[in-house]
Design a binder for this molecule. Structure first.
Ligand code: MG
Length: 428
């Protein structure tokens, strides 16, 4: 890819909308008394509850995300602690997305409080994207809620547009284009880039890449070596206006499938293990892509050429491999009983496949299932992050994840913070 042509003539146009202090602003939207006051939204409002979403006013008073309430009240005695109302946030989210869809049908919600508008095919329609951004801000106030503010970033790709929203908060409007990108990057550190954490910054520094500006002008092959991964090259493309992130949640479905040899199908235990491994493979992929599925399709074929397949609507978003297994088993059992037939998993099976689809981003799910599942879902992610880091080959059984005492030990609020951190929750 020729860097110079990219620089001069970027193809894309992306507008990134990031709602400011979203949960707290929603609370202030529905309760006039809360407006202008420091508000701390918490899952629990007891002494040791922690603030997962400070309002703009609370942030100004030094209330940081993840702070325990007893400390927060010392720092800011007139802080108003409030419990979360996930349904409320979802409703506002939908209203906001509706506003954005008025202007372009290519709107991808990235999380509960963020969305990407791909305006690449609308460049002739919106010749002045800043004007559009200001119009969107006004529309959000008029049609979603007059207390709701957002930061909007405009750039040739989703990554830079996201970065632009981080540069001005609240109520920001920042454009990153070929004419100002070097200036913007020269004021930033590596870890200011969404997706670059300390470990990654260290790897880059070892190769003499110390700043975002240097990263932009480092050849892709060198970044790849520094990162020990093809993913390294993406950093070059991101900073040179190519699109590598837009489709992060663009998966329509994921499939895991196994052919079963004659020897394998002699053993029911092996068949069960294959079934388990398919479910765990899909769990791993969904965790990696940060999605949950709402639909499962199970398919089996047999020596005599017959096939059995069933679509299962999960009824709630699912990511956990053991939950996938349970849902499929329940359906098999129902079918077996209704038809008085032998088990679906039997010694004549020649192939078995599972497809999951109808995805939603994990952050949306964590909201829906807040109280009960936030720890479990976080832990699953943490386990995979650790495994990725250390390259563990062996799959940790999902049943180990559901042990309540294990969860309590492992999850401090650093990881709860990660769930709600503005950075790095999109760009894997
Ligand atoms: Mg936000």
């Amino acid at each position: 890819m020729n860097q110079n042509t990219l620089d001069k003539n970027p193809q894309g146009l992306v507008l990134f909308v990031d709602m400011n202090s979203f949960f707290a602003s929603c609370e202030q939207q529905v309760n006039y008394w809360l407006r202008g006051r420091p508000v701390g939204v918490c899952v629990y409002t007891g002494k040791f509850g922690c603030v997962i979403a400070p309002s703009i006013e609370a942030k100004k008073r030094g209330i940081k995300l993840g702070l325990r309430l007893n400390e927060a009240m010392q720092i800011c005695p007139d802080l108003v602690p409030l419990e979360t109302h996930p349904t409320r946030y979802r409703e506002f989210h939908q209203k906001i997305i509706k506003v954005l869809r008025k202007y372009c049908d290519d709107v991808i919600p990235k999380s509960i409080d963020e969305a990407v508008m791909n305006l690449t095919n609308y460049k002739l329609v919106y010749k002045d994207p800043e004007k559009l951004a200001r119009q969107i801000k006004t529309d959000i106030r008029n049609e979603a809620g007059d207390w709701l503010k957002c930061s909007i970033g405009i750039a040739p790709n989703a990554f830079l547009a996201k970065l632009a929203t981080d540069l001005q908060k609240p109520d920001g409007l920042v454009k990153i284009m070929p004419e100002n990108i070097d200036d913007v990057l020269s004021k930033l550190q590596l870890t200011d880039l969404p997706g670059i954490a300390d470990a990654m910054a260290l790897r880059l520094r070892r190769y003499g890449i110390n700043t975002p500006l240097q990263l932009r002008y480092t050849p892709p092959e060198k970044i790849r070596m520094a990162c020990h991964s093809i993913v390294g090259e993406h950093w070059h493309y991101r900073l040179n206006f190519s699109e590598v992130d837009m489709w992060a949640h663009g998966y329509k479905s994921m499939q895991a499938m196994r052919q079963i040899s004659r020897a394998q199908r002699q053993s029911l235990r092996i068949l069960e293990e294959l079934f388990t491994s398919l479910c765990m493979t899909l769990e791993r992929r969904m965790v990696k892509q940060r999605v949950f599925c709402n639909e499962i399709y199970f398919m089996a074929s047999y020596e005599n050429g017959f096939r059995w397949g069933e679509k299962i609507k999960t009824g709630k978003p699912v990511q956990d491999g053991t939950e996938l297994m349970q849902l499929i088993r329940v359906r098999m059992k129902k079918f077996q009983e209704a038809n008085h037939c032998e088990p679906i998993i039997n010694k004549e099976m020649t192939a078995m496949g599972i497809t999951v689809n109808a995805f939603i981003p994990d952050e949306m799910v964590q909201l829906e299932l807040f109280e009960n599942n936030i720890r479990k879902n976080t832990l699953r992610r943490v386990v995979y992050d650790i495994k990725e880091k250390f390259g563990f080959e062996k799959m940790i059984k999902a049943s180990e994840l559901s042990e309540e005492h294990v969860l309590k030990d492992v999850i401090g609020f650093g990881s709860v913070k990660d769930l709600h951190d503005d950075l790095g929750n999109i760009f894997d």
